[in-house]
Design a binder for this molecule. Structure first.
Ligand SMILES: Cc1ncc(COP(=O)(O)O)c(C=O)c1O
Length: 459
């Protein structure tokens, strides 16, 4: 029998080498930036490597681990559930668990206007489904998306990506137009043509953590209604409590036609996604009995994913984790803003709840300015990368740069963090930025070495 415990113990440190069979380029990047760790255990906010060194996870699997990793209740409930031997994926039946999860999703996310749910296996599949639904429901093909938008990387969701780097090299995608955030005039100009099936947006953008002006989305939705364009809120990352509310849409008091979910709905165990949408759209797409499976996916309503969705929602409520995300987010934002007063490397700290971005800028002081310019000459996204690398190497905190060629670092910690985690993060960033002031110190030396390494690798 497979002895996975022994295998993990014996082969833990082979992890990066084994990725020769998966994505060697990514393995190379991990090595280059010092992210080639061998994590063997994960609990709550913490990851542990093969030497039992603890790391704070402020990345949360790109937002999957709202509950934290291996949440004890989630584990117990899932184990007990496996023992029930439920009849998953019979296919020609109406599964109880997907019915129950749909009922909960409509109660929580429907707000009395969205009463239909389509289940998926990932974020991008939720977006693909929404794109197909709006095309089917309106008979129109074009979609409007925003600059910096990220909705996934399969062909349909890639079509509505607001970053050219992702699209380059993949040929003609679905017809779509990318508009700047907060520009209602341009939006109306496009909508007037009545060619657009939908306007898709993230209420808080994942790439760069750009937050729309308070009234932009409300006005945009009013315009969309006027011109017969449907609205899709991509809450794959921002939903389920990440921003301190069930939906980030609630911050802007908006009700889109379609809400896409995934990530934290998994409870960190089983991939799952959902599209919560209006019945009138369903009626147009699944319009007759012979079209009842005009859109479907084999694993879509599997019992394990449905169960994890139900369990995750119940734990979020029982442990008041959304309230905690709001409270900790407020504290983190306030403390980071205070840090901004001390370090003029920081241009802006922004976000909602525990979806927070720190944008950096050219500082004052001649030496620091030169260091900034040199780093940007080497690579436009290098400064943010140096901050992320230093947070990991000096303080064992996992974060990410947010988007290409931007001086933005992003935090997506689990909703269970407390003031100790917040303070540790803020003190660590303080230390990293203090070290940046020493322009001949370790951080810029690391930048030079990294740039040299990249050049060598590419030649
Ligand atoms: C806002 C948003 N939409 C869609 C996706 C795609 O989700 P997935 O990676 O599960 O396909 C992501 C992933 O990061 C996301 O952040």
């Amino acid at each position: 029998m497979l002895d996975i415990q022994k295998i993990i113990k014996d082969r833990a440190r082979e992890n990066v080498a084994l990725h020769q069979n998966i994505n060697p380029q990514f393995a190379k990047v991990l090595k280059t930036i010092g992210f080639d760790k061998s994590y063997v255990k994960a609990l709550g906010v913490s990851l542990f490597d093969a030497d039992n060194i603890e790391y704070y996870d402020f990345l949360a699997g790109y937002g999957v681990f709202g509950l934290g990793r291996n949440h004890p209740k989630m584990k117990k409930l899932f184990r007990d559930f496996l023992d029930l031997d439920t009849p998953s994926l019979v296919q020609m039946d109406a599964p109880l668990l997907s019915g129950l999860l749909a009922e909960r999703l409509v109660q929580i996310f429907g707000h009395n206007i969205r009463d239909t749910v389509y289940f998926t296996n990932s974020g991008t599949e939720s977006i693909e489904s929404a794109i197909k639904f709006v095309r089917g429901a309106t008979g129109r093909e074009r979609i409007i998306n925003l600059e910096h938008a990220f909705h996934g990387l399969t062909t349909g969701s890639l079509s509505v990506n607001g970053n050219a780097e992702f699209k380059d090299g993949f040929g003609t995608l679905l017809p779509s137009d990318t508009l700047p955030l907060n520009n209602l005039n341009l939006l109306e100009e496009k909508l007037k043509t009545k060619q657009y099936a939908a306007f898709i947006f993230e209420p808080v953008q994942g790439k760069g953590v750009f937050v729309p002006d308070q009234t932009f989305l409300q006005n945009a939705i009013t315009l969309c209604k006027k011109y017969g364009t449907l609205t899709i809120a991509d809450e794959v990352q921002s939903g389920l409590g990440r921003t301190g509310k069930w939906l980030a849409c609630e911050h802007f008091d908006i009700e889109p036609d379609i809400v896409c979910l995934s990530k934290a709905l998994s409870g960190g165990i089983c991939p799952v996604g959902a599209v919560v949408y209006k019945r009138e759209i369903y009626n147009k797409v699944f319009s007759r009995m012979d079209r009842c499976v005009v859109h479907s996916s084999t694993f879509g309503q599997n019992d394990y994913a449905m169960f994890c969705g139900l369990a995750a929602l119940s734990i979020l409520e029982e442990e008041q984790l959304i309230q905690n995300a709001a409270k900790m987010g407020k504290s983190l934002l306030a403390k980071l803003n205070a840090l901004k007063e001390k370090h003029d490397w920081i241009k802006e700290v922004r976000g909602k709840g525990l979806m927070i971005g720190i944008e950096f800028q050219k500082p004052s002081g001649i030496k620091k300015k030169i260091a900034w310019e040199l780093v940007h000459k080497m690579d436009k996204g290098l400064f943010g990368e140096l901050i992320v690398m230093s947070l990991l190497s000096r303080h064992r905190i996992l974060t990410q740069v947010s988007g290409h060629h931007q001086d933005i670092v992003k935090m997506l910690p689990p909703f269970i963090i407390n003031e100790t985690h917040v303070n540790h993060f803020v003190e660590s960033l303080d230390d990293v930025l203090t070290n940046c002031d020493k322009v001949t110190g370790p951080i810029f030396t690391m930048g030079k070495n990294l740039a040299r390494h990249i050049v060598n690798q590419n030649t």
